[in-house]
Design a protein around this ligand. Structure first.
Ligand code: MD3
Ligand code: FE
Length: 215
């Protein structure tokens, strides 16, 4: 193979963080130039916003969605909705570049035929964190979740099945993809407060999007 000194760092082999949790370092790098314009279109139609927890707290990480279903939170609870509560309109469609990436990443981690119908997009500013939680609003826990990290690096906390279980820290860089499912699907996880910094492409923020089969 010819190595081109001027191309970005290539994707490397999957790193297994658990029985069915794979980190695919740099897996999205060669598609970033296609992902960002798609993201820009989504955010024009469905801007990032702060949601409120059922307990009345504001979630610091700002979110939006694309796809048939979007994750929302308000006084009535956490759930998936086909409609953006801000606009009353359906969420923007899932761009093929998102679903193709998710399908390819799922395949690379051993999950065949992953067809996502929901994509939650998180925007972190320095200082923002995501406290330890489980993702349990989806209908079918046998389906994997694929997450893509862009912009500033973050430290991901991977816990166990109980909130009090010990956690491992995993660094997530621009272009990294995580895929998890099976027995690891309901593990607690979170993101440590984002460190200040400036990313050459995205500036002082981190964007993460998670593709799911929610319905
Ligand atoms: C669960 N997002 O949106 S990636 C979320 O980076 C969320 O913004 C985080 O948690 C973020 O719900 C983390 C998601 C992730 C990655 C690996 C896992 C969740 C996981 C492995 C096991 C269980
Ligand atoms: Fe989560």
């Amino acid at each position: 193979m010819q190595i081109d000194l001027f191309t970005a760092a290539p994707a490397s082999a999957p790193q297994w963080l658990g029985q069915q949790v794979a980190l695919l370092p740099g897996f999205a790098l060669d598609r970033v130039e296609l992902l960002l314009p798609a993201l820009r279109q989504i955010v024009l139609a469905a801007p990032f916003r702060n949601m409120i927890t059922p307990g009345g707290r504001t979630i610091a990480v700002r979110v939006t969605n694309c796809g048939e279903l979007g994750w929302i939170s308000d006084q009535r609870g956490y759930r998936y909705s086909p409609v953006d509560p801000l606009s009353g309109q359906p969420w923007p469609a899932l761009p093929p570049v998102f679903s193709d990436l998710a399908q390819a990443a799922a395949q690379a981690a051993g999950f065949a035929d992953f067809i996502p119908d929901a994509c939650l997009i998180n925007s972190y500013l320095p200082g923002n964190r995501l406290t330890l939680h489980q993702d349990r609003n989806e209908r079918d826990f046998s389906q994997p979740i694929v997450s893509v990290s862009l912009g500033l690096p973050a430290t991901f906390l991977l816990g166990g099945h109980e909130r009090a279980d010990r956690t491992q820290k995993v660094g997530l860089q621009h272009g990294d993809v995580l895929v998890w499912g099976g027995e690891d699907r309901l593990r607690f996880h979170g993101i440590l407060p984002l460190k200040d910094g400036s990313h050459p492409v995205l500036g002082a923020r981190r964007i993460n999007f998670t593709l799911r089969k929610a319905g």
